[in-house]
Write a protein that binds this ligand. Structure first.
Ligand code: ZN
Length: 115
């Protein structure tokens, strides 16, 4: 009884995983990626393993202690914050555009009135 993901499937998730892990996944895809991760325990587990393998291998020679579980959580949180702020920014840009169009229409009507 696997829950059917809304946007991307497990195959797509697996394909995007290396991109996400190297911070190259952006925008809508990143959003869909996190959404699938929330809805699919198998992929969440797979991502966890991949993260441990990649980050763990990269730091085998580093003497510093590290907590990879916590780092994955942090990475997911950062991604969510980034996506949220870009959504807010898009909203602001949209509002500014609407205002500038309104001003333009107003100026145009003044110009036409003086003709
Ligand atoms: Zn999945």
């Amino acid at each position: 009884m696997k829950r059917k993901p809304k946007s991307i499937d497990c195959k797509e998730f697996t394909r995007l995983m290396p991109l996400w892990l190297s911070d190259e996944l952006k925008g809508r895809k990143a959003y869909q990626f996190l959404e699938h991760m929330d809805n699919c325990a198998e992929c969440r587990e797979e991502l966890h393993i991949q993260f441990l393998v990649i980050e763990g291998t990269a730091r085998l020679e580093s003497a510093a202690s590290f907590n990879l579980d916590e780092e994955l959580d942090n990475k997911v949180r950062l991604y969510r914050e980034k996506l949220n702020s870009s959504r807010i920014l898009n909203g602001v840009i949209y509002t500014l555009e609407a205002i500038s169009v309104a001003i333009l229409v107003w100026v145009m009507s003044l110009v036409i009135a003086t003709l």
